[in-house]
Design a protein around this ligand. Structure first.
Ligand code: ADP
Length: 262
């Protein structure tokens, strides 16, 4: 037989229960608002390129087709928008996998500098179009082993280095640095000397579809999902990512990785 509770104890229990329900309701409300905002953003993101393609096709059919120069330019712009749409669908695919918890992390040991050099190679053509140079910071060349999902970390590096090109200035520099933190973790930093960001944007750049300049991001082919994907991958690794930035000076994105050592 349970000992009887005093009235004070019972009313304390009731209050605790009510508080817990209130908090649960708050979480549900937040999730609901989040979902609504996501759908609103998504439909906007999908409409923008679709309407643009529709506009080009209509104008071509309305007579622009006769002018070979205009013709070519319109088709090029239409393709650019379709490409962006495809990238958006790919990113959405990735993000929904990450969010549904379907993502599994397959850790392996690898040298982080080697993977970064691979990513630099992959993006060297794109960097070349803006004459941006890639390098590994002096003193950071000694190989550091990390234990992580190599393909997912490749994706993180691709997204960060790609942003350093998109938001970098012509003839700029993207520099990767690597530090052994406490023997247990490695810090990776990707820095650029590009357009940078104002401080009030920094806490929000990892949110889906958040951009400091929507028009510029769209124009250069951004989906607004790259950093949200990066954040998810880091969370799945139980590691952190953060950003420092100053307008017109540049940005540094830093994330940690497990060194695999106890
Ligand atoms: P996007 O596809 O728009 O690049 P991201 O999620 O990758 O989306 O980045 C979100 C926003 O953060 C970008 O639109 C841009 O405003 C800002 N941003 C990201 N990386 C950088 C950078 N290296 N320099 C300046 N701004 C950046």
């Amino acid at each position: 037989i349970l000992p009887l509770k005093t009235i004070d104890e019972v009313s304390e229990d009731v209050e605790k229960w009510a508080q817990q329900k209130k908090e649960e309701l708050e979480v549900l409300r937040k999730n609901e608002a989040f979902r609504k905002e996501f759908l609103l953003n998504l439909s906007h993101e999908l409409k923008t390129p679709i309407f643009a393609v529709q506009g080009y096709i209509h104008t071509l059919l309305d007579g622009a087709l006769e002018d070979p120069q205009v013709n070519r330019m319109f088709l090029k712009n239409a393709t650019k928008n379709i490409d962006r749409l495809c990238r958006l669908l790919d990113d959405l695919d990735e993000i929904s996998k990450l969010e549904s918890g379907e993502m599994t992390i397959n850790p392996e040991t690898f040298v982080i500098q080697d993977l970064t050099r691979d990513v630099f190679d992959t993006l060297s053509l794109k960097a070349g179009t803006k004459d941006i140079k890639f390098s590994i910071k002096k003193g950071c060349e000694a190989p550091l082993h990390v234990l992580a999902d190599k393909e997912k970390i490749r994706q993180v590096l691709i997204n960060l280095v790609d942003n350093s090109i998109k938001y970098g200035k012509a003839s700029g520099h993207t520099v990767a640095s690597f530090y052994n933190m406490d023997g247990k973790r490695v810090l990776v930093e990707i820095s650029d000397d590009g357009i940078g960001m104002m401080e009030d944007h920094l806490p929000r750049v990892f949110e889906r579809f958040y951009r400091t300049d929507k028009a510029r991001s769209r124009d250069i082919g951004g989906t607004g999902l790259g950093l949200a994907i990066v954040k998810h991958i880091m969370e799945a690794h139980h590691q952190t990512i953060n950003v420092r930035s100053k307008p017109d000076i540049g940005s540094t994105f830093g994330f940690t990785l497990d060194s695999g050592k106890e």
